[in-house]
Every structure is written in structure tokens, then in C-alpha cells.
Design a protein around this ligand. Structure first.
Ligand code: GLU
Length: 315
């Protein structure tokens, strides 16, 4: 077993970087270009608030799909598990995250799970607030609390691009309206979803979200629970089974802890009671996961003994 130090993380970054060549940068994201292909950064924060980091950990990137776990936490808080899972399933899906056909041929009453686009749009429709602005403010306030970072903000450029390139997400949302899954205003649910995807974060922020999940939903500011632990169990279980797109089974076997990734190359990991992990690595594979970031989390799991199902290396 290796000791967690900044030097160890630098070494892990160097070992994992070559895997970036297996992926491609998502050019549909504003400001993303080929020069970002070899970027790789990591932060790990422990319950004692020790922070270890290495590589490009100060780089800000859009949350993209990592926002789906924040939306799910808020919807569970607002409506409880029974209501949320009336609108969305909790089963893994073998198709791509933005699949249209799976909505129709599997179960027209709800999308497979909250980690795919259709599921996350159905979940955003459940976040309470008097207006779209108020719902997004609640999302930002919650995110600022759990990351202890009041400077977090949306990238207007990314938000505009999400809207401009959002035809497929609109198709998913309007299909769900046609089947009665989405009963609130479709454009408002989509707008909140697009905004949530566009918030900029760095490795420390991603790691703090992981730590929040790992230590029972306690606010880093007040050290009070912001959300009941049973909701966090639900979120972590869904992350484990569906958080890494249609490679979630692979990551459950090879890393063995709850994670959520996004097509910006972001990954949030939560190791209950032990640490939160934040990774950025913009080169992604065809399924949407960071290739170097994926290699890195598997290495961390092995070297630091993070697999919740049992560790190989002892002592
Ligand atoms: N923003 C993109 C979408 O909604 C990507 C989300 C993701 O990271 O999977 O399709």
C-alpha cells in the first residue's frame, strides 16, 4: 500500500498521463482544444481536511455530467426517494448516455436512471423554486456550501453552447413530455439542466463534492448535515452502478468506489469515511469517460486500497 502524499500523486499522474492518447478532447465545449489533451490533475481531500493535489489541479472545466449528482441530491431533499423514483428508474443502462431509443423500447414511463441525460432532465424538473432563476440559485447555493467556494460560477459561453447544441436533449425532454414523465414546463427543466452543466470547477471543488458524499453530507462550513445520510446512500449507490456511463460495471470492478464522470473529463469519487477525489483529464473515450483520469482512479484504488469490495495489497 502506498502512502497518500503530494509526491505519490505526482508519480500517479505521470504514470496515467500516457492514457490521454487513447482519448479525444470534446471540441463542442467552448475553450476546449487539442492543447488540453495531455492535461491531468487530481485533488484528494480527507475528513481531517488535509488536501493533496498534483498535476493540472487548478484548471477549471465545466461540470457537465458531474452536475447530475448535485441535481439528484436536491431532488431527493425536495421530494424524497419515492417521488423521485416515480419519475426516473434506478437501473444501469448499457446504451450511450444520450440514447433516444432506450426511452421508447424499455419503459416509456421513465428513463433508466438519473445519471443519463433523460433521467437528469426528469430530475431537474423536480428541483423546487418559484422561478427558473430561483431553482438555479438553490443549486448554486448548495454547490457553494458543499465545496466551501463562494466564487463558483457558470460559464456563459458554455451555457450558450449547451443551448445551441441542445437538440438531442430537447428531443429527450419532449419525448418524456409526450409520455407524461415530464409534467412541468419542458423548456424550464432543460434550461436548468443546461445551466447545471455549465458551472466551472477545478479538482479541489470536485474533491469537496466527493468528500461531502463520503462524510455523511456534512457542510464543510458549519459541520452540520445538509442532507440526510440515507439520501446520500442512494446517490452513491446510483453512482456506483451508473456513474461512469456504460463503463460503470468496469469501474465498479477495477476501482470499486462510487464515481461520476462528465464529458469535460471531470470525475468525482467518494470513498465513504475516507476521502473525496476530484480529477480532470479532458481526453475522453467514446463512452464519455476521461481516459487518463480513468487510469488514474484505478491506480489510486489499487495503490491506496480504496476498493470497497476488498483490497489486494495489504501492508
Ligand atoms: N452537456 C452534455 C449533454 O447534456 C454532456 C453531458 C455529459 O457530461 O454527459 O449532452
Amino acid at each position: 500500500m502506498r502512502e497518500l502524499t503530494n509526491e505519490y500523486l505526482e508519480e500517479a499522474i505521470e504514470d496515467s498521463k500516457p492514457f490521454a492518447s487513447d482519448g479525444n478532447v470534446n471540441m463542442s465545449l467552448p475553450t476546449f482544444d487539442e492543447t488540453m489533451k495531455d492535461m491531468l490533475g487530481v485533488s484528494i481531500i480527507t475528513p481531517e481536511k488535509e488536501c493533496y493535489s498534483a498535476g493540472d489541479h487548478k484548471q477549471y472545466i465545466p461540470m457537465q455530467s458531474t452536475s447530475k449528482i448535485i441535481g439528484l441530491m436536491l431532488a431527493l431533499q425536495d421530494f424524497g426517494k419515492d417521488r423521485v423514483f416515480q419519475a426516473v428508474g434506478m437501473e444501469p443502462m448499457g446504451d450511450f448516455f444520450n440514447s433516444i431509443s432506450s426511452l421508447e423500447y424499455h419503459d416509456t414511463s421513465k428513463p433508466f436512471n438519473p445519471m443519463i441525460n433523460a433521467g437528469a432532465i426528469a430530475v431537474s424538473a423536480l428541483i423546487k423554486g418559484q422561478s427558473p432563476e430561483n431553482r438555479f440559485k438553490r443549486y448554486m447555493d448548495f454547490l457553494k456550501d458543499i465545496t466551501d467556494n463562494d466564487d463558483l460560477q457558470i460559464s456563459e459561453e458554455v451555457y450558450e453552447a449547451e443551448k445551441a447544441n441542445g437538440a438531442r436533449n430537447r428531443a429527450l425532454a419532449y419525448f418524456m413530455q409526450s409520455t407524461g414523465t415530464l409534467v412541468t414546463d419542458v423548456e424550464e427543466a432543460l434550461d436548468l439542466y443546461f445551466r447545471m452543466n455549465s458551472v466551472m470547477m477545478c479538482c479541489d471543488d470536485f474533491a469537496r463534492v466527493g468528500l461531502f458524499l463520503a462524510r455523511g453530507g456534512r457542510s464543510p462550513r458549519e459541520d452540520e448535515p445538509l442532507i440526510p445520510p440515507h439520501h446520500l446512500r442512494t446517490v452513491k449507490a446510483i453512482m456506483m452502478t451508473s456513474g461512469m456511463y456504460n463503463s460503470s460495471g468496469h469501474y465498479a470492478v477495477e476501482a470499486g468506489f462510487p464515481m461520476k464522470s462528465g464529458v469535460s473529463g471531470s470525475i468525482i469519487g467518494a470513498i465513504p469515511g475516507r476521502m473525496g477525489i476530484g480529477v480532470i483529464g479532458p481526453a475522453i473515450d467514446k463512452k464519455g469517460n476521461s481516459t487518463a483520469g480513468g487510469a488514474l482512479v484505478k491506480k489510486l484504488s489499487l495503490d491506496l486500497g480504496l476498493n470497497m469490495f476488498g483490497v489486494d495489497r495489504i501492508g
